[in-house]
Design a protein around this ligand. Structure first.
Ligand SMILES: [Zn+2]
Length: 193
């Protein structure tokens, strides 16, 4: 019995014996290529020349409407994002799960490349304030992170607080109040408040 098994071993499929699946090609199919959407986890085996040819024409979104592609890409921001952009220990949740991503993985639309930006970079940038505007902001006790709403709110608050009527007729704060009004008027004229 033992001898028989040794003489006639079960054929074991392994990578070395795979043939390139390109019609008519007899080369070893050592390179994997994803079969595509809805066939995730399935791969063709190709030789190097044919995996290159396949990758060049590969379109994951073939057969999808523009709307579907847009939806997929939107979801990609949160769901399909590769783990190298999500920190560590996300194995099993991203595309980078061990062994899932094939050799010759293609990114025809560059959608994963574009996700390499930091998480804060999609935030709208505040205008850069000039020196005079910065001085005016400082007068109001604000810094460059203040937006127009913050400036307006702070101005109202300071005027209310420093106005002689709110201080029993004390006029000692008038210089400070004048500075604040001046600063606010400057920011307003600069369309920053
Ligand atoms: Zn081939």
């Amino acid at each position: 019995m033992f001898k028989r098994i040794r003489v006639k071993p079960e054929p074991q499929p392994d990578a070395a014996t795979l043939r390139c699946e390109h019609p008519g090609c007899e080369a070893p199919g050592a390179h994997r290529a994803p079969k595509g959407r809805l066939r995730e986890g399935q791969y063709f085996s190709f030789c190097l020349d044919h995996v290159r040819e396949y990758n060049a024409s590969y379109n994951y979104f073939r057969g999808m409407s523009d709307e579907d592609v847009a939806k997929y890409q939107k979801e990609a921001v949160v769901g399909h994002r590769p783990t190298w952009n999500m920190g560590v220990n996300r194995a099993g949740k991203g595309h980078r799960e061990e062994g899932v991503e094939p050799e010759g993985f293609v990114d025809p639309l560059g959608m994963f490349r574009d996700r390499a930006r930091g998480p804060g970079e999609d935030r709208p940038r505040r205008p850069r304030y000039g020196l005079a505007a910065m001085k005016a902001l400082n007068t109001l006790g604000l810094d460059e992170t203040a937006d127009a709403e913050t400036i307006k709110a702070r101005y109202k608050e300071l005027v209310k607080r420093l106005h002689p009527d709110a201080n029993g007729g004390d006029r000692s704060l008038e210089d400070r109040l004048r500075e604040i009004i001046h600063a606010y008027n400057f920011l307003k004229s600069a369309k920053l408040a």
